[in-house]
Ligand binder design. Structure first.
Ligand code: BES
Ligand code: ZN
Ligand code: ZN
Length: 498
């Protein structure tokens, strides 16, 4: 079901909707809209909130039957926290809380946007509000015999509006749709998204979006000498694919490469994972899903930059044909890699993709990859590791993530750790052999394939999947990275090489 968002200046008690959602600040201070409902409630809302133990803390919500004089069927009091702390990120989380709380409501009217301080950016907050409503109501039900999609069809945003705010809402819907596609792909069982099927899903997604799609099959991957993709893919019955997608608007300003790890299932290969370590490894294509999802909205959002996506897709399996520890691969750029651990496969396929991106002469490259368990140890499940070879470009990525409401945090790529990947027989090996700093050594490995092109790397091993509902995140695949990439390409500035 697609949700439509419209603006209206109707007074909150008069608006016709299943539910009227109004903000309440910390310490039960009634926000815009809540105050106008209050006068119709016999005894006032204060007594009700106290009895319900509702304090206005951000993300909490309590449903009140609509009193006489209020046209909506019910009123949802939504805690938004202290007034000065309300920003787009808070609005997104609170909108998601509303959607999650009201799975049966078809129409919701809300004054939530008016909780924003007067100096807040109302257009950004409108986008965040739409994202929150759509993403908080996300469900993956493809294989459920029972279970219903959220009923929400219409959100009426009350208060000051105008064309720019409506454009913010529309942008939020478009971005959320892209995020939901990435979530669907991550949540799809690995048996239903082998590389060929994943590539076909990408073609279907991008048909008619002004993005051209090139799918390399096994023969083409051989011809192009993508040795990392071939080596990782050789143990699986499901042959690999390499999907290259191009958005090239007229008069483009600059050119960016988006690279995404597309391991449709990561068993570890012969360096096999434990049973529990494999449970979530259908998530290992979350980087590729984020890249492809982003590509699908560029034209709709009027992005003026040329954007090319590179998504290698493989299944990492153990078998009689699988790559063995000690085997040597030749990557697209000619470098040789001794594969000592077949579970460090992401960097091998990314090495090919980064090499191709470098050949194509972009102004900057960013890759997204569920690359290391070590990054999850370092930053937890909700924060991505940000690495790179160019301070200015890394700062653009950090900034984009911040505006998008996705958490990233910088990690270093110390030269001192490079020698740990020296190989006895090849140019480098794919693991350091040490126990510590695995997110950094993976980053240092990737750096060997980007030359001097400004490059940033997001290790999304933690945030690609959520272990519980939280704000706009729903348990399962999160689509992490789509929002950051959309922001990044929308405001791209060519990095001056540092
Ligand atoms: N896909 C995994 C990384 C991962 C682990 C993502 C846990 C999400 C949650 C990656 O391919 C991998 O297995 N990396 C190894 C690298 C090691 C062998 C150097 C890891 O992190 O253990
Ligand atoms: Zn692995
Ligand atoms: Zn992996």
């Amino acid at each position: 079901m697609t949700v439509t968002f419209r603006l209206a200046t109707t007074s909150p008690p008069r608006v016709d909707a299943d539910v009227l959602a109004v903000p309440v600040f910390a310490d039960r201070v009634l926000g815009p809209g809540a105050d106008s409902v209050d006068e119709y409630v016999p005894g006032g809302l204060e007594a009700f909130m106290e009895a319900a133990g509702f304090d206005g803390k951000a993300g909490r919500a309590v449903l009140v039957p609509a009193p006489d004089g209020v046209a909506a069927r019910a009123v949802l009091l939504v805690g938004v926290g202290a007034p000065e702390t309300v920003d787009a990120r808070r609005i997104r989380r609170c909108a998601a809380a509303v959607a999650r709380r009201l799975p049966k409501a078809v129409s919701v009217a809300t004054t939530l946007l008016d909780a924003l301080p007067a100096d807040g950016d109302r257009v950004d907050a409108a986008q965040a509000l739409a994202e929150g409503f759509v993403l908080g109501g996300y469900r993956y039900l493809t294989y459920k015999s029972e279970g219903e999609h959220a009923a929400l069809a219409q959100v009426t945003v009350l208060g000051r509006g105008g064309a720019r705010v409506q454009a913010g809402l529309d942008r939020g819907v478009a971005v959320a749709r892209a995020v939901a596609w990435a979530r669907d792909m991550v949540n799809t069982p690995a048996g239903a998204k082998a590389p060929a099927a994943f590539a076909a899903a990408a073609e279907k997604l991008l048909a008619g979006t002004g993005v051209t799609v090139e799918v390399l099959d096994l023969a083409a991957i051989r011809k192009e000498k993508l040795g990392g993709v071939l080596g990782v893919g050789q143990g699986s019955q499901q042959s690999p694919r390499f999907v290259k997608v191009t958005y090239d608007p007229r008069g483009a300003r600059g050119s960016i490469a988006l690279v995404g790890k597309g391991v449709c299932f990561d068993s570890g290969g012969l360096s096999i994972k434990t049973a529990s370590g494999m449970e979530t490894m259908k998530t290992d294509m979350g980087g590729a899903a984020a890249v492809l999802a982003t590509m699908s909205v560029l034209s709709e959002l009027g992005v003026k930059t040329r954007v090319v996506g590179y998504t290698p897709m493989v299944e990492n399996m153990p078998s009689g044909t699988a790559i063995r520890p000690g085997d040597v691969l030749r990557i697209r750029n000619g470098k040789t890699v001794e594969v000592l651990n077949t579970d460090a496969e992401g960097r091998l396929i990314l090495a090919d993709a980064l090499s191709l991106a470098v050949e194509d002469g972009h102004d900057a490259i960013i890759d997204l990859a569920t690359l290391t368990g070590a990054c999850v140890v370092a930053l937890g499940e909700k924060v991505a590791g940000l690495m790179g070879n160019d301070d200015g470009w890394r700062a653009q990525v950090a900034d984009a993530a911040d505006r998008a409401g996705e958490r990233v945090w910088p990690l270093p790529l110390p030269d001192e750790y490079r020698t740990a990947m020296d190989s006895d027989v090849a140019d480098l090996k794919n693991i350091s052999g040490g126990h510590y700093g695995g997110a950094l050594t993976a980053g240092i490995f990737l750096r060997a394939f980007v030359g001097d092109v400004p490059w940033a790397h997001l290790d999304i091993a933690g945030p690609a999947r959520a272990s519980s509902d939280d704000g706009e995140m729903v348990k399962g695949g999160t689509g992490f990275g789509v929002r950051t990439l959309v922001e990044l390409v929308s405001r791209f500035k060519r990095p001056s090489r540092s």
